[in-house]
Design a protein around this ligand. Structure first.
Ligand SMILES: Cc1cc2nc3c(=O)[nH]c(=O)nc-3n(C[C@H](O)[C@H](O)[C@H](O)COP(=O)(O)OP(=O)(O)OC[C@H]3O[C@@H](n4cnc5c(N)ncnc54)[C@H](O)[C@@H]3O)c2cc1C
Length: 379
């Protein structure tokens, strides 16, 4: 289905980003997979080209493009080349906005230029070994010591965990109130801030996902984001945009999985005919085509609503739930239609299958999305 969602300037941006990926990312994907992390240099190259935080104000080095379609295009193109490790969306659409939205003038002036240039890589650390879905159950604490905050605790599964220069860390700030949380900007080199191992995962092999440890880290007062007790509210507020980002990538990932499967079934023969000619193959592909088209229209509408600040947490949760479940269904059917070759790492569908599975879990599981949606129904 033809999309009527983008203007000429978006098409130009897409072309430029696509060329950048072909030149600076695609040739390195295998090496990054082996290394378990992308090369730092690619972040700076992306910064030079203006692909990091394009929405940021010009005074900090941004392009002032306050239109989520640009973020959407980057999510889509990264999904099309099946690159899960170079997490521009995490840096640009998830972490950067915390600083722009809740940071002080001093924090923005100090940090945003390096973040936009790709010299300062970002991560956000909420999840702990014993608290993921239930964020209020986190144990990391920050105690006000007058001239600094004393941070203690640990985080797990943190994307960009190795590369990050600044980590936005959520910590409890009032033992009497489980929802009182602050967001702290913890910087590379702070005493007591340590990284654990780069965790081995089912997929997303080029993404550095790490444990982080905070042992009596003295966080300067000027590294608190906004109000020391409002962090939980900030997190909830930003999760709608994070979930929309997931949805943009998931529907594009489903499209990419469908494309590679269509190519394969036209070539592969069984019983003297292309497997594309079996009714089962055609019906499966027709179902996928239909569901992806329907999902795309919904996601595009969510993006436009978000541009007008009208996207609700419930609808963002619907978008994430539907598209990530769809993605997992499409990659699974795609592997099936590839037969044994679909299980081989050298085939794109195999990596897509492995990379997709986390989408139903991170940024809030499908079950949590259903909780949010049903809460909005006031049952
Ligand atoms: C590769 C990867 C990258 C990640 N990146 C980051 C990151 O950068 N920053 C970060 O902070 N976190 C990150 N995470 C963590 C991720 O967001 C959590 O894993 C996720 O929120 C689920 O939390 P959990 O793993 O503790 O599962 P749990 O909360 O223990 O959930 C286990 C199961 O119980 C179900 N469940 C829990 N509560 C309910 C309920 N109320 N009703 C019904 N079912 C329920 C869940 O849906 C799930 O099926 C990442 C995780 C991975 C694997």
């Amino acid at each position: 289905m033809q999309r009527i969602h983008f203007e000429t300037e978006h098409d130009m941006f897409r072309d430029a980003f696509r060329s950048f990926l072909q030149k600076e990312v695609v040739p390195h994907q295998e090496a990054w997979e082996e290394a378990g992390v992308v090369d730092r240099a690619v972040w700076e190259k992306a910064g030079e080209m203006g692909f990091l935080l394009p929405w940021a104000d010009e005074e900090y080095g941004g392009a002032g493009l306050k239109d989520f379609r640009y973020e959407q295009i980057m999510c889509e193109e990264l999904a099309h080349i099946n690159e899960p490790g170079f997490m521009i969306p995490l840096h640009s659409a998830l972490c950067g906005p915390y600083i722009a939205e809740y940071g002080s003038a001093e924090q923005k002036a100090r940090l945003l230029p390096g973040i936009i240039r790709g010299e300062t890589i970002l991560a956000v650390a909420m999840t702990e070994p014993s608290a993921g879905s239930d964020l209020a159950g986190m144990r990391t604490t920050a105690v006000d010591k007058g001239d600094h905050w004393l941070l203690n605790g640990s985080k797990v599964f943190i994307s960009n965990g190795y590369l990050a220069d600044v980590v936005i860390v959520a910590a409890k700030t009032d033992p009497a109130n489980k929802h009182a949380m602050g967001l702290f900007l913890v910087e590379r080199g702070m005493e007591g801030f340590e990284r654990g191992k780069n965790l081995k995962k089912l997929g997303m092999k080029s993404q550095d996902t790490a444990e982080l440890f905070f042992n009596n880290v003295k966080v300067p007062k000027e590294n608190l984001l906004g109000d020391a007790k409002a962090g939980f509210f900030y997190l909830m507020n930003m999760l709608a945009q994070e979930r929309l980002t997931n949805a943009c990538g998931a529907v594009a990932g489903a499209e990419a999985a469908l494309n590679t499967t269509v190519d394969y079934v036209k070539e592969r023969k069984a019983f003297d005919r292309p497997i594309a000619h079996f009714q089962n193959t055609r019906f499966k592909l027709a179902e996928m085509r239909t569901q992806i088209d329907v999902a795309q229209v919904f996601v595009d509408r969510c993006v436009m609503d978000h541009n007008q600040r009208k996207l609700t947490p419930e609808v963002a949760a619907e978008a994430k739930l539907f598209t990530t479940e769809l993605l997992c269904k499409v990659v699974d059917e795609g592997v099936q239609l590839h037969g044994g070759w679909g299980y081989m790492w050298e085939y794109p569908i195999c990596k897509m299958y492995a990379n997709a599975r986390i989408q139903r879990i991170f940024a809030g599981t499908s079950e949590i999305m259903k909780e949010i949606i049903s809460r909005g129904m006031k049952l």
